[in-house]
Write a protein that binds this ligand. Structure first.
Ligand code: SF4
Ligand code: SF4
Length: 496
């Protein structure tokens, strides 16, 4: 365990006493040139970095109209101040969303507004200095771009957009973040975040076929690069080996098997995650998304289905058609893209799957709405489908389900604390503290309803909770994949 104190569990919305500067030391590793160059960014600060930064901000204000509105429209009402999990967990007032925004807003005012140019002190305008750049680097890597604050802002100001813009500016001047940029480079070079090459992936999938055969006696396939399959499944690479992710992948395979629908994974697009979103780079988002289009064309599939990954679904649902469309070569009877939960829930509703709910009777479940799914996407044909569909699946495969407090789920859900490119060990203090509101809400249902497990449909949430649950006195295996529950309940033809 690291050298900091885990916050005490309280009411999830408990407002802490302020501790100015409490997290000023929190800094992720800066990307070296070898991680910057493949993404088209300079390797270090050049002498003219300030001019480059201001020019980049100017360009973003032109291309992203929302950003200019967000810069101009805050009235300092304070409604967002206690809504960020990083503020609630760290007590640092700079982690209040409005204060985070002001780190960029001050510079915007100085260089892009008349009062800021002539009377900077009167309007809170700030010169761009290395000190300000350092503050940006620290506090814009203490925002997971989860959008919770924007739900409560009367003007809809979206701090996530401001964080993305500031990270984009930092990349443009050569101050990128190692974790995110190294991962994007791996996707370009190998196809996935883990750097898992095709032969290793093939081996892993064959191993899973053997495991499922041993468990069930049924030949459930995990196809890779299979031309002519109906469905291309694009899933986070964590699904290929890590617990509890891989149990979810086994669930998808069993569902496809039971439905008699042919499917394949792709070694070229062996990653659903798109960290281009986290660093605010449309060019890198597009380059990653294009791999999915290329794989779909190469394999001749008719549909694309995404596995359990929150921000991947945000990119897919909101941007895939813009980034890599048109997908007019796919079967028009299905949405592009589709979520694995939509696919499974449809089969459940049509009675296609045989399910034995009691197989999950050793678990009492709750569900963590992943922030990206909750506030940046939808699922199915009905508003709120991103909340009802995963719960409908869980209730179809488990007898014991209890939601956490209403102001901690659905649209008001708290981020796990590791989203937005922050799931790295150099930020473990931030991750542990940022998980406080979710851990507090979990504790309530554990005490009130005997909940034993929390399900999620996001690879980052699952990895984050596996790491931070023990800090709060829980077990790391209390986080499970939704399709792990499906996997355990499904009864396949011929299963022993
Ligand atoms: S987007 Fe999320 S992490 Fe960022 S300031 Fe708002 S609530 Fe906090
Ligand atoms: S809620 Fe909106 S308007 Fe109010 S302080 Fe926060 S960002 Fe500004």
């Amino acid at each position: 365990m690291a050298n900091f104190e885990t916050p005490e569990i309280k009411d999830p919305a408990h407002i802490p006493a302020l501790k100015p500067g409490a997290m000023g030391h929190s800094l992720p590793y800066v990307a070296q040139e070898k991680f910057q160059a493949p993404l088209g960014f300079p390797g270090e600060l050049a002498d003219d970095w300030k001019d480059v930064a201001i020019e980049k901000l100017g360009a973003l204000l032109k291309t992203n109209r929302g950003l200019r509105v967000f810069m101009d429209s805050c009235v300092k009402c304070g409604a967002c101040t206690d809504k960020c999990h990083y503020f609630l967990g760290t007590s640092d007032p700079r982690n209040m969303p409005v204060a985070r925004q002001d780190l960029l807003r001050g510079v915007y005012r100085r260089y892009f507004t008349l009062p800021g140019k002539y009377f900077p002190k009167l309007v809170g305008a700030t010169d761009l200095t290395e000190e300000v750049l350092d503050q940006w680097y620290s506090y814009f890597h203490q925002c997971s771009e989860c959008r919770r604050c924007s739900v409560y802002c009367p003007y809809g100001i979206d701090t996530a957009e401001i964080t993305m813009a500031t990270r984009e500016i930092m990349n443009a001047v050569g101050k990128g973040q190692k974790y995110s940029n190294e991962i994007i480079g791996k996707v370009f070079k190998i196809g996935n975040n883990l750097g898992l090459p095709q032969p290793a992936l093939e081996d892993t999938l064959l191993g899973l076929e053997e495991d499922v055969k041993d468990d069930t006696g049924v030949d459930v396939r995990f196809p890779l690069d299979e031309k002519g399959a109906e469905v291309l499944v694009v899933t986070p690479s964590a699904d290929f080996f890590a617990e509890p992710h891989v149990d979810g992948l086994i669930g998808y395979a069993k569902v496809f098997h039971a439905a008699g629908v042919s499917w394949t994974l792709s070694s070229h697009a062996s990653e659903a995650a798109n960290f281009g979103l986290f660093i605010g780079s449309p060019e890198n988002m597009k380059a990653i998304a294009m791999r999915i289009r290329e794989a779909a064309l190469e394999l001749g599939v008719k549909r694309i289905i995404f596995g359990e990954c929150g921000h991947a679904w945000r990119v897919a649902y909101s941007f895939l058609n813009t980034l890599a469309g048109p997908f007019d070569f796919l079967d028009p009877r299905y949405p592009v893209p589709q979520h694995i939960c939509e696919f499974t829930n449809d089969l459940i509703e049509r009675g296609v799957l045989t399910l034995n709910k009691s197989a999950n009777d050793h678990r009492r479940l709750t569900f963590h709405d992943s922030c990206n799914v909750a506030r940046a996407s939808r699922m199915g044909d009905t508003p709120g489908g991103q909340f009802t569909i995963p719960r409908a699946i869980i209730k179809a495969v488990c007898n014991h389900f209890y939601d956490m407090a209403p102001d901690t789920i659905g649209e008001a859900t708290y981020c796990c604390g590791g989203g937005g490119g922050l799931l790295t060990d150099d930020l473990i203090e931030l991750r542990v503290k940022g998980a406080l509101p979710r851990m507090s809400a979990l504790k309530e249902v554990v005490e009130d309803h005997g909940v034993t497990h929390m399900a999620a449909i996001c690879a980052i949430c699952k990895s984050q909770f596996a790491k931070v649950l023990p800090y709060y006195g829980f077990q790391m295996d209390q986080i499970v994949s939704v399709h792990q529950l499906v996997s355990d309940a499904i009864v396949l033809d011929g299963q022993h």
